[in-house]
Design a protein around this ligand. Structure first.
Ligand code: ZN
Length: 65
């Protein structure tokens, strides 16, 4: 995961909340860290906030090597 965005790309991507499978994810709704992880989204076990999974939204960010 070492892709760098050009300024133009960065402007179109902006900041998104995403669930990152290999990191600790705090829920933006309640701050807890328990998730039901599906194929495309992860849902907070406490408040139901759903986040898209990083690799389902931005597959080109994942380095296949
Ligand atoms: Zn929550």
């Amino acid at each position: 995961m070492t892709k760098h965005f050009s300024p133009t790309e960065l402007e179109s991507v902006g900041y998104r909340l995403l669930y990152r499978a290999n990191e600790v994810n705090h829920c933006p709704g309640c701050g807890k860290m328990h998730w039901f992880v599906g194929r495309r989204t992860a849902e907070c076990a406490f408040c139901g906030t759903a986040l898209p999974l990083l690799n389902s939204m931005l597959p080109d960010l994942m380095d296949p090597a």
